[in-house]
Design a protein around this ligand. Structure first.
Ligand code: NDP
Length: 447
């Protein structure tokens, strides 16, 4: 049987999916690791697993109409990408952002399939969302939008079918409106969404999980080379859910977080975003839904309008905003300023050129599908608690999260060990996530 080549495979994929650049980028990063592995393990080649795994099970696209506060009818587009349910129900967040389109949701659902496999919890991969922009909308408008979206979405989800959660633009407010409407339409109280509030079936530590997990993964990478978090300076981008709890845990473990950002710019606080200052950020972002510049005004620090934080010196980087936020030049700036490790809270925040810079510099680089898997892992724990009709304590969930992040790190080391004991975490995460899904697909035969 002919050997698979990266070029041949990618050219077929691009022809089949024209114009979907984010999706091409995500697949190429994975295929780069998997093509040599599949050529060595021809059972996967013969069953055409890579071709099958790069095609979604289905994509559901639908219209969402809702009425704004002025009584005007608004139209948005909703999506649910059900990628692969070989190892469990489809699982992955919903994103509300102007930029949402099929290519972005396909890249996210594809990545999610590997990430969920890495957690060791039985969850397949999915993702969804809408081009609805919650910024500047009233609570009543957000509620009407969420209810209208769920009116269609509820037909396609279920605790054994597909279990959505939050992502950019979808936090506890949106999950409440979405889940409340699901419950009304279905007359069922089942764990069909995760990220729920503690009053209605949520899990302790779920809001914190992605950020905490990303810091635990960073700690694992550092510990392996005899380093630790204490005394390090950290550069964090974003100021939403992932950024806030990354900042909280990194600070708790002795690091000093000196930056936060949003789409309007970056704040630089050389004294560090302390626990008290972080409370200001949480109130600003989660309650008042204001801009990060207010931090600079409140605490008298520098605000770099329209800039990302990567030009600021730090030992550790935690990209926690969005995809492709670190390009080649940003990566070079980080490395030349002494950055020794990157742990990705966001999904695919580093471009192909940026990854090459990190790898050539041989710094520690933890890709999102491993480093930010803590969020979906605790979503899996929320599903387990819902099914068992009980709630675990904060310390119990946190302990489980730490164990899962340790296990993901070990899997990356197992499959990513290269020269002189150095670990290629990209290769480790891609192969480590692939095997379980691929073996399940083999077991099912062709279908
Ligand atoms: P939030 O909506 O809570 O926060 C997003 C943050 O990123 C905001 O500060 C936002 O700024 C900024 N941002 C978003 N888009 C852009 C952009 N195009 N340019 C610059 N800044 C931008 O989302 P989350 O914190 O939940 O998600 C952040 C990242 O983490 C995403 O990549 C997401 O997929 C990933 N992730 C999230 C998980 C979770 O559990 N929530 C789980 C795993 C990964 P502004 O307000 O100005 O838009």
């Amino acid at each position: 049987m002919e050997k698979l080549t990266l070029e041949g495979f990618m050219s077929g994929l691009k022809n089949r999916n024209p114009g979907e650049e984010e999706f091409h980028q995500a697949v190429e990063e994975v295929a780069h690791s998997l093509v040599p592995f599949i050529n060595q393990n021809k059972i996967y080649r013969e069953a055409a697993i890579l071709d099958r795994l790069t095609e979604p099970d289905r994509i559901i696209i639908f219209r969402i109409n809702w009425e704004d506060d002025e009584g005007r009818i608004q139209t948005n587009r909703g999506y649910r990408v059900q990628w692969n349910n070989s190892i469990g129900p489809y699982k992955g967040g919903l994103r509300f952002h102007r930029s949402v389109k099929q290519s972005i949701l396909k890249f996210l659902a594809f990545e999610q399939t590997f990430k969920n496999s890495l957690t060791g919890i039985p969850m397949g991969g999915g993702k969804g969302g809408s081009d609805f922009d919650p910024k500047g909308k009233s609570d009543a408008e957000v509620m009407r939008f969420c209810q209208s979206m769920m009116t269609e979405l509820y037909k396609h989800i279920g605790q054994f079918t597909d279990v959505p959660a939050g992502d950019i633009g979808v936090g506890s407010r949106e999950i409440g409106y979405l889940y409340g409407h699901y419950k009304r339409l279905s007359t069922q109280f089942t764990g069909v969404m995760t990220g729920k509030g503690m009053a209605y079936g949520g899990s302790e530590i779920r809001p914190e999980a992605t950020g905490y997990g990303c810091v635990y993964f960073m700690r694992n990478m550092l510990n392996r080379i005899g380093e630790g978090m204490s005394g390090k300076t950290a550069i964090v981008s974003g100021s939403g859910n992932v950024a806030q709890f990354t900042c909280e845990k990194a600070t708790e473990l002795g690091a000093k977080v000196v930056t936060l950002s949003d789409s309007s710019g970056t704040i630089h606080d050389p004294e560090g975003v302390t626990a008290e200052k972080l409370e200001f950020v949480k109130e600003l972002k989660n309650e008042r839904r204001g801009r990060i510049k207010e931090y600079a005004d409140e605490f008298g620090v520098e605000f770099y309008e329209g800039k990302k934080p990567w030009h600021i010196a730090g030992d550790l980087a935690f990209p926690s905003a969005t995809e492709n936020e670190i390009d080649k030049d940003d990566a070079k700036a980080l490395v030349s300023n002494g950055c020794m490790a990157v742990s990705e809270g966001a999904n695919m925040p580093t471009t192909k050129g940026g990854i090459e810079v990190f790898q050539e510099a041989k710094i520690l680089y933890g890709p999102g599908k491993a480093a930010n898997a803590g969020g979906v892992a605790v979503s899996g724990l929320e599903m387990a608690q819902n099914s068992a009709r009980l709630s675990w304590s904060r310390s119990e969930v946190d302990q489980r999260l730490q164990t899962i992040m340790n296990d993901i790190h070990s899997k990356c080391v197992e499959f990513g060990c290269i020269d002189n004991g150095r670990v290629d975490y990209v290769q480790g995460a891609n192969i480590g996530g692939f095997i379980k899904v691929a073996d399940a697909m083999l077991a099912y035969g062709v279908g």
